[in-house]
Design a protein around this ligand. Sequence first.
Ligand code: UDP
Length: 327
Amino acid sequence: MTNILVTGGAGYIGSHACKALKRAGYTPVCYDSLVTGWEEAVKFGPFEKGELSDRARLDDVFRKYKPAAVMHFAALSQVGESMREPGLYWRANVLSSLTLIEATVAAGVKNFVFSSTCATYGDQDNVVLNESSAQYPINAYGGSKRAIEDILRDFGASNGLESVIFRYFNVAGADPEAEVGEFHQPETHLIPLMLDAIAGKRDALTIFGTDYETPDGTCIRDYVHVCDLVDAHVLGLKWLEEGKGSRIFNLGTGSGFSVREVIDHSRSVTNKDVPYTEGDRRPGDCTKLVSGSTRAVEELGWTPDRSTLQTMISDAWRWHQTGHYDK
Ligand code: UDP
C-alpha cells in the first residue's frame, strides 16, 4: 500500500481526506498536533502526533513511512481570528509550512497537495474568480495561504517539487456515514453554528452584516461538500502520479448563496426554526466569493455531486445528531 502523509489528518477536512484516501487504496498517515484536531477522528490509518514546526519529528516520520506524497491540510483557518492575531497566522501557517516543505524536499518526496483558499483572491467586485485571477487577500488567513502558494512555486522551480494547489471555497457538510464530521472548538463557521442554534445548544446565530451590496444585504459564498472536496484531492494526487505537473484548481460549484439563503435552507432541511439576530460586519469578510472556474471538472474529471445546499446541510445535520467528538 502507498503511504500518503496527511498533515492535519485529525481535523475536519483532513479526516475526510483520510477516509477518501483509504477508500482509494492508499494508507493515510495522519500527522497532527491535536491543537485543533481530534484523536477520535483518526480512524483510517496510523497516527503520528507532532508539530509541523518540529523538523526533527517530521524527518523521523518521513523516514518511518516513506510516503509517496504529502497532503497538507494543517493550518489555522479562521478569518476573524486572523484579523485579531495576524502573527499567529503567519507563524503557524507560513513558517510551519516552510518547515514541512523543506522536510518534504529533503526526504526526496516530489508530490505535494496543498489546501489553499478563495480568501487569497480578496474582495473583487464583478470579477469572475478563476485560477488566473489576481490575488489581493484582505485578511491574514488569505495572505498566509497565498504566501505558501508562492513558496510552493519557488520550490517547484528550484527543487522539482510538483504541487497541486486547491483553492477552496466554503467547505460544508459531513461524511454521510457520520464516521467523521465538522467539529471545531470554538466553532466559528456558519452552518455548524446554525445547527447548534437550531438544536438549542447555543444562543441565536448572529448574521455578520446585513448592509453588504448583495440582493439581501448578507455575504454570498460558494459552498462545496467536504466529501466532494476530498475526492478532488484524490484526483489531484493521481494527476501528480501521472506526471501531469503542478497545477492550481478552484474547488467551488459556481453557485453562490447568501447567509439568509443558508438560513432558509436549514429551516427547510431540519423543519425547525433558526433563531438569529442581525449584527455588525465581521472584519476581514469579503462581500462575495464564488468560483468562476470549471477547471477541476474539465481537467481532473471532478464531479461535485453532493454539493447542493440541501445535501450539505442534511449530511451536517445527521452528523450533528449522531456523531461528534465531544463526549
Ligand atoms: N457568518 C455569519 N455568522 C456567523 C458565522 C458566519 O453571518 O456566526 C457568515 C460570515 O460572515 C460569512 C459566511 O457566514 O459571510 C461564511 O462564514 P464562515 O465563517 O462559515 O466561512 P468563511 O467564509 O469565513 O470561510
